[in-house]
Structure formats: structure tokens, C-alpha cells
Design a protein around this ligand. Structure first.
Ligand code: UGA
Length: 463
């Protein structure tokens, strides 16, 4: 089939390359000419494992190319995927859907004949209905432009795998249109995937839009739940990792997404829960997702707690202390630093007067752009040279597997703070390091609460 993909960021570039991999002829469009030139030359403008291979293979096979020209897009195909970004608005929690609107405004008047636009971006519920209204006004006389919503669930770091082997496909169509034509087209696009037995959930626009934000809200809640348990564990000297393992064996709970630590960040979970709260308020259902404010708040507390833990580990103050921060990306296998907990903590430590040196295997360029005042090292050893304390802030495999001996002679003091609870405390401690982590019982220096409840005087009958 001939397909176009509008927007060539993480989502769009991956989708375009993967659709070509399925055998379709794909034209990707982006308003950023530099990005288009890079993609056309076979370079991925961000780090995503395996994507460059898929991109190059399909460009060489003449199944994939990129443009900045909407006229080309309009004449190339009758099926158009929409994958532009929906960031958080600057002065509110709401999602900014202006890129989605601009794309529809640019494309629709150019279309002739029958076309289908398939939205993939994460949007507030009600967006598809509003866009359909817009399309009906903008469409050229005699042309039919249908709209469907097919949310994307890919994770950065696994984008290719998640696109080609999704755990489900969701399609929302116009509830007033019973023809099933959009569904047939989308089933044809994903034929190879559907033939493997992947569940295909067909529904209306609103449900499809909600599936996406509620999935991210659930994941964020799961992470904040375990981080809330972590806060309890810290005060009673219990171990949150063991707790997560133990509750995770219950299949109704599951162990995935129960890793306590610095919490969630990135370009999706934080802005999606905020956008959800904003939209729920607009439709008069703010109480329904009031708990997401707490989820957000637990998550943001992790960052200050980590800075405090580092201060404790350094004797109460980080002023003038050399700190190596290992990891800046919001998670491993990504160079994305949008709302990254790691970089946020590095920045806070610097603002408290520490001399912070950051090393990240892939995210240095993006980090420097966002936090130019931090120092950046080329490798772990350089970052840790003369460090008074080392913090692991993103669980890249190379940090998880490093040994205490590698760093012992490089650092000034053997202090390690494990922001992701990904190191083996016993190994580091037996090598002579002072090991610290949120989520106990490995935390040292904290106030241990008495586990024996105090009986009140009246309960003792002494009133
Ligand atoms: C997330 C969802 O997982 C995808 O399904 C969704 O498609 C995507 O958002 C999106 O909306 O586009 P992603 O942002 O790539 O994907 O990252 P995740 O793997 O979900 O991790 C998010 C954050 O949670 C990271 O900062 C990670 O370190 C943190 N996390 C994850 C934890 O703190 N603990 C965990 O147990 C798991």
C-alpha cells in the first residue's frame, strides 16, 4: 500500500520506517528540513536501537523517502498517518494540540478523491471529533476525508519491536459511520501483524483516545505506588525491592513497572497524566482522576528526596563537593532527556553548590543543550575522577555491571548513591564503599522509627 506519515519525531520516524519494513511504500513528511535531510540520508536524529538499520534498509529498497512538501504527500497516497507531537502547554497542564491541527489544516485542502487520515498522536479525548469537524470545513468539494484514531503504545528503546510486534492494536472510528471502510483499510495496513494473532480492538474515537492516556496513567500510578511504598520502607527500615518482588508474584499485580527509585520522566508519562487531569476538568470529571495529582506529586518528591539523600551521604551538605552523576537520559537505551529525573537531580545538586560531572553513554548532547552549566565527561572513569560521591541516576547496563574496584582508585571518597536501586549493595559495601539508596533498608544515616506503637495514657487506664 502507499502510505504517508506526517511528523517524523520518535513516533513518526519509527512508524514510517516500520511501515516500509512491512512492505508498504512510505513517504514521511516533517516541517523541519534538517530532520528530513538527515532521515533521507539514512541517519536517525535521535538514539533508538535498531531503527537506523530498518530506515537504511527501506530507503535502499526504495520503499521509504522523506519530504517537507504537503503537495507531494497529498498526491502520493490516500492513507495518511498523523504522528506529530502533543507536548504540555507552557502555562497549563493541558496538551498542546496545535501541531495536530496545523498538520490537518495543511493537508486537508490539498486532498482530492477519497482519503483516510489515521491519528496516532496522544491527544485529549474529544480531539478526533473536533478535528473531523475541522476536516469537513477544509475538505475540497467532492472529496471525502475520513478520520480514524489508532493510538501508539511504543516505548522508547523498544520502538521498532513495539511497532512491529505490538501487544494490541486499537482503532477508533467515527461512531456515526457504520460503513467499516476505515477499519478495512487499517486492517489491510497491519495485515502482517494481525495475521500473527495480535488483538485488534475496534471502537469509537473517544474510547481509542482514552485507551492511550489511561494506559499511561495506569503505568505512572504503578510506579508512584511502589515509590510511595518506598517512602514507608525508608522510615521503618523495610526493603522496597523485596516488597516489589513479593507482591509482583501475584499475577493480578505483576512485577513489571514496580521498580522503585528516581521515578518516571520522559516525553510521555508526566505530560500525559497532566493532560488527562486538564481534560477531565474540562469535561467536568476532575474528581475521577484527582488521584493523578498525588501520583505526580509522589513522583516529583523522589527527585528532592534523592538530592537530600546525596546531601546526607556527603555529611549533610553538597556545597563544594565533587559529584559524579552517571546517567542523564530519562531511562536507559534512550538519549531523551525530556523531564528526565536524572538530569533534574544533577541540576538541583549543582544549584546547591556541588561540582557536578555527568556522564551518559548517549544523552550528552541533549543534556548539554538543556543544562549547559553542568560538566560532561566522556566516560565513567573521567566522570568519577576525584569524586567525593558517585550517583547512578539512569540504569544503563554499563553502570549496573561496573565493579567497585574499577572506581576505587579514581574517586576521592568511596560513596555511592544508587538512584535506581540497580546495584548490589552487598558487593559495594564489602568493597569498602558507603552505599546509599532510597527505599531501605540499605539507607544509612536516616532516623529509624520505632516499630512498636506507643500506647496512649488513656489506653493504659491511667487517666
Ligand atoms: C511510555 C509507555 O510505557 C509506552 O507504552 C507509551 O507508548 C509511551 O510512554 C508513550 O506514550 O509514547 P516511555 O516514555 O518510552 O513509554 O518509557 P517507559 O518505559 O514507560 O518509562 C517511563 C519512565 O518510568 C522512565 O523514566 C522509567 O525510568 C520510569 N520507570 C519505569 C520507573 O521509574 N520504574 C519502573 O518500574 C518502570
Amino acid at each position: 500500500m502507499k502510505l504517508t506519515v506526517i511528523g517524523c519525531g520518535y513516533l513518526g520516524a519509527t512508524h514510517a520506517a516500520c511501515m516500509a519494513e512491512l512492505g508498504h511504500d512510505v513517504l514521511g513528511i516533517d516541517v523541519d528540513a534538517d530532520k528530513v535531510a538527515l532521515l533521507q540520508s539514512g541517519e536517525v536524529p535521535f538514539f533508538e536501537p535498531g531503527l537506523a538499520d530498518v530506515l537504511r534498509r527501506n530507503i535502499s529498497a526504495d520503499r521509504l523517502r522523506f519530504t517537507t512538501d504537503y503537495r507531494e504527500v497529498a498526491s502520493f497516497a490516500a492513507v495518511h498517518f498523523l504522528g506529530v507531537g502533543t507536548p504540555q502547554q507552557t502555562r497549563s497542564y493541558a496538551a498542546d494540540v496545535s501541531h495536530v491541527e496545523s498538520a490537518v489544516d495543511a493537508l486537508t485542502p490539498l486532498l482530492r478523491g477519497n482519503h483516510l487520515i489515521i491519528g496516532k498522536s496522544t491527544v485529549p479525548v474529544g480531539t478526533a471529533a473536533a478535528l473531523a469537524q475541522r476536516i469537513s470545513v477544509l475538505a475540497a468539494p467532492g472529496s471525502t476525508v475520513e478520520l480514524a484514531w489508532n493510538p501508539e503504545f511504543l516505548r522508547e528503546g523498544f520502538a521498532v519491536e513495539d511497532t512491529l510486534e505490538p501487544d494490541r492494536l486499537v482503532l477508533g472510528t467515527n461512531p456515526a459511520d457504520k460503513s467499516g471502510s476505515a477499519e478495512q483499510v487499517v486492517a489491510e495496513v497491519y495485515r502482517e501483524i494481525l495475521d500473527t494473532g495480535v488483538p485488534f480492538i475496534r471502537t469509537d474515537w473517544a474510547t481509542a483516545e482514552l485507551v492511550k492516556v489511561s494506559a499511561n496513567a495506569f503505568l505512572a500510578t504503578k510506579i508512584s505506588f511502589i515509590n510511595a511504598m518506598s517512602e514507608i520502607c525508608e522510615v521503618v527500615d523495610a526493603d522496597v525491592s523485596t516488597l516489589a518482588d513479593a507482591i509482583g508474584y501475584d499475577q493480578r499485580i505483576g512485577r513489571r513497572f514496580l521498580n522503585a527509585g528516581l521515578g518516571f520522566g520522559g516525553g510521555c508519562l508526566p505530560k500525559d497524566i497532566r493532560g488527562f487531569m486538564a481534560r477531565a476538568a474540562e469535561v467536568g470529571a476532575s474528581d475521577a482522576v484527582g488521584f493523578l495529582r498525588e501520583v505526580d506529586s509522589i513522583n516529583m518528591r523522589r527527585r528532592t528526596a534523592m538530592v537530600d539523600l546525596m546531601s546526607d551521604a556527603c555529611g549533610g551538605d553538597v556545597l563544594g563537593v565533587n559529584i559524579a552523576v552517571l546517567g542523564a537520559a530519562f531511562k536507559p537505551e534512550s538519549d531523551d532527556v525530556r523531564d528526565s529525573p536524572a538530569l533534574n537531580v544533577a541540576g538541583q545538586l549543582a544549584l546547591r553548590g556541588a561540582s557536578v560531572t555527568v556522564f551518559d553513554p548517549k544523552a550528552a548532547v541533549n543534556s548539554r543543550r538543556m543544562f549547559p552549566m553542568l560538566a560532561y565527561a566522556q566516560n565513567v572513569t573521567e566522570a568519577c575522577t576525584d569524586a567525593d560521591a558517585v550517583m547512578v541516576a539512569t540504569e544503563w547496563a554499563e553502570f549496573v555491571h561496573m565493579t567497585p574496584d574499577e572506581l576505587a582508585d579514581v574517586v576521592r571518597d568511596r560513596v555511592i548513591v544508587d538512584g535506581r536501586r540497580c546495584l548490589d549493595a552487598t558487593t559495594w559495601r564489602s568493597a569498602g564503599w558507603r552505599y546509599h539508596a532510597l527505599g531501605g533498608p540499605v539507607r544509612s544515616g536516616g532516623q529509624r522509627a520505632s516499630l512498636v506503637p506507643r500506647m496512649s495514657v488513656s489506653a493504659l487506664g491511667e487517666s
